[in-house]
Design a protein around this ligand. Structure first.
Ligand code: ADP
Ligand code: MG
Length: 265
C-alpha cells in the first residue's frame, strides 16, 4: 500500500493542523513566543531547534497536554485549547479536548508503553478504552498494525522483553490504533542506541510516504532531508525560518539556523 504519491489537497480542504499566535509562559519564562504554523493534510513537517527552544512544549500544546496563555490550535478544522473570543478567552470542554486528542497520535522519546500489558494490548488498549472498537476488533487491528511495523511475531511479549527500537515501533503502532489525522513525534530516536535508530526511522518513513500527516521533532538531519516536505527551525520559542529541506538545510538564511546546523551536522 506504500506509495510515494501524496493525495493532492484542494484549497478548500481544512488544514490538518493550525497553530495561531500561540504564546506559552512558564512563570516569567516566555517559552513559546507567537508561534504560527499551518500543516496541510499529508504534509510531513520536521521541527528542528536547539535544546530548550520550545519544541516539546509546542507539541504538548498541540496535543493539549499544556495550555497556551494566548492563541489557539485547531486540528482538522476544529479549534482546541484556548481561543480568543473577542476580548475574552474561551475554553473548550474537557469532552471536546478528549475528542480532539483522539485525532492526534503522540510518540514520545521514551516510548511510554504500559509495562504490565503485552505488546498486543498496548496497541489495542486505547481503541477499547475510547469505545471505538470492541476488544476483539481492537486486537485484530493491533495485529495488523504490529505486522506493519515489523513486529507481527512479538504480540505476546512485554515491553521489557523488547529492544528500544522494537518498543518504539510498538509505540508507533499504538499511535496508529486510534486512526489519528496527525501524528506528533518528539525526538523518537534520541533515546535509542545508534544501531536501532534506522529501524524506527524506516517505519516513520513508511508512514510519511503513505500520506500520513506527521510533525516530527528530530535532530536526524539526513532523515529530515529525505522525508520532510517542510523543515521548521525554532529558536527561543519563535519560528526563525521554514521551507523545503533543500532551502533550510542547504541554504539557511539566518545565522542562528546556520549555527545550529553546524553543530548537529
Ligand atoms: P525543547 O524540547 O526544544 O528542548 P522544551 O519545550 O522542553 O524545549 O522547553 C523549553 C523551555 O521551557 C526550557 O527552558 C525548559 O526548561 C522550559 N520548560 C519546559 N517545561 C517546563 C515546565 N513544565 N515548567 C517550567 N519550565 C519548563
Ligand atoms: Mg524536547
Amino acid at each position: 500500500m506504500t506509495t510515494t504519491e501524496k493525495t493532492p489537497t484542494t484549497p478548500t480542504s481544512p488544514a490538518a493542523l493550525e497553530v495561531h499566535g500561540v504564546h506559552k509562559w512558564y512563570g516569567t519564562h516566555h517559552v513559546l513566543d507567537g508561534i504560527d504554523l499551518s500543516v496541510r493534510p499529508g504534509e510531513v513537517t520536521v521541527v528542528l531547534g536547539p535544546s530548550g527552544s520550545g519544541k516539546s512544549t509546542l507539541l504538548r500544546v498541540i496535543n493539549h497536554l499544556e495550555k497556551p496563555e494566548l492563541g489557539h490550535v485547531s486540528v482538522g478544522g476544529e479549534p482546541i485549547g484556548v481561543r480568543r473570543h473577542g476580548a475574552r478567552l474561551r475554553e473548550l470542554s474537557e469532552r471536546a479536548i478528549l475528542r480532539q486528542r483522539g485525532r492526534i497520535g503522540f510518540v514520545f522519546q521514551n516510548f511510554n508503553l504500559f509495562p504490565h500489558l503485552t505488546v498486543l494490548d498496548n496497541v489495542a488498549a486505547a481503541p477499547v478504552a475510547t469505545g471505538k472498537l470492541t476488544r476483539d476488533e481492537a486486537r485484530e487491528l493491533a495485529r495488523e498494525l504490529l505486522t506493519r511495523v515489523g513486529l507481527g511475531d512479538r504480540t505476546g511479549a512485554y515491553p521489557r522483553q523488547l529492544s528500544g527500537g522494537q518498543q518504539q515501533r510498538v509505540a508507533i503502532a499504538r499511535a496508529l490504533a486510534l486512526r489519528p489525522g496527525i501524528i506528533l513525534f518528539d525526538e523518537p530516536t534520541s533515546a535509542l542506541d545508534p544501531e536501532l535508530v534506522g529501524e524506527v526511522l524506516a517505519v516513520i518513513k513508511d508512514l510519511a510516504t503513505s500520506g500520513t500527516t506527521l510533525v516530527i521533532v528530530t535532530h536526524e538531519i539526513g532523515f529530515a532531508r529525505e522525508v520532510a516536505d517542510r523543515v521548521v527551525f525554532i529558536d527561543g520559542g519563535r519560528i526563525v525560518e521554514q521551507g523545503p529541506p533543500a532551502q533550510v538545510l542547504d541554504h539557511p538564511r539566518h545565522e542562528r539556523t546556520r549555527d545550529f546546523l553546524a553543530k548537529v551536522l
